[in-house]
Design a protein around this ligand. Structure first.
Ligand code: SAM
Length: 289
């Protein structure tokens, strides 16, 4: 009977961020661990007192290693696939062996666990119901601008990985193309100097320079674009909200936010369109004699 291919997430910094199940699988269920950097994985295994043969499996030998791992699986050995940090296959090697195993009918068991993208999203304070994960932005300037332009036209939350040596350039491009879009930079997640910097791309860039913190591992979460209801009939909407029982100033505030306009502008619009400004009573407000 063929063995099982386990996909095992490992911590992204804090060594406690590994599940009990992942430790048990590495310790008891597999005969071989395929990993990116054997020295890195050895450190993790040493921490948990696990002794297992390691096989290097990284982006430069992925294709060549597939037949070797498949042959172990066919021979009845179970194999764990890990990357240096986080979840394998998420901007990390693994796709080729998982695809090959699936094609061969080998059982693939992925374990849930740490990933920088979701950890950053969870702490970003930005809309999280749906998001577009794009991995690393391209290193070539033209390709990067192209994808940033696509992000500018995408209304939802976007998550990207970035490296310290490119972060200032990326943030400068983002501030040009994404303007005031809210962004959260998650730096050194789960580690001693974990930091979230929230603001516009320009503000985050300034913070990094001011605090000399252009280092460490970084994930960017770009917040959803605020879509304004520009063609809303301000007066009618204020009247509708008031009829539903909302106080007039709250109704103005509500409409101003939805239209992306200052409150006084909505107040002026409402007046011009015939709605009563606060303090003045509408006919319908008057009590009958
Ligand atoms: N597979 C990993 C995962 O599931 O998170 C991602 C691997 S990718 C090669 C490495 C990138 O993930 C880093 O360059 C950084 O952008 C992001 N990253 C990894 N660890 C991080 C951390 N502790 N804090 C913030 N970002 C991190």
């Amino acid at each position: 009977m063929p063995g099982t291919l386990y996909v095992v997430p490992t911590p992204i910094g804090n060594l406690e961020d590994i599940t009990l199940r992942a430790v048990r699988v590495l310790r008891e269920e597999v005969q071989l661990i395929a990993c990116e950097d054997t020295r890195q994985t050895q450190k993790l295994l040493d921490h948990y007192g696990i002794r297992k043969p390691l096989l290097s499996y990284h982006e430069h030998n992925e294709l060549a290693r597939v037949p070797e791992i498949l042959s172990s699986l066919r021979g009845g050995e179970s194999v764990a696939l890990v990357s240096d940090a986080g979840t394998p296959l998420v901007s990390d090697p693994g796709y080729r062996i998982v695809t090959a195993a699936v094609a061969e009918g080998v059982t693939v068991i992925p374990l849930p666990g740490a990933s920088a993208a979701l950890t950053a999203l969870a702490g970003s304070g930005l809309p999280s119901n749906e998001f577009w994960f794009i991995g690393f932005l391209p290193s070539k300037a033209s390709a990067r601008r192209q994808i940033l332009s696509q992000i500018a036209g995408h209304s939802g939350t976007v998550i990207t990985y970035e490296t310290p040596h490119r972060i200032l350039e990326t943030l400068a491009e983002m501030s040009e193309l994404l303007k005031e879009r809210p962004v959260a930079l998650a730096r050194e997640l789960t580690k001693l100097y974990e930091e979230f910097v929230r603001g516009t791309a320009a503000e985050i860039r300034e913070h990094l320079i001011r605090n000399q913190s252009v280092r460490g591992e970084m994930t960017l979460v770009i917040g959803a674009m605020e879509v304004h209801e520009t063609d809303l009939d301000a007066a009618a909407e204020i009247a509708r909200l008031e009829e539903q029982g909302m106080a007039r100033m709250d109704a103005i505030k509500n409409v101003a936010k939805r239209m992306g306009l200052p409150k006084r502008e909505v107040y002026r619009l409402a007046e011009a369109q015939g709605s009563n400004p606060p303090g003045r009573r509408r006919d319908s407000d008057r009590t009958r004699p």
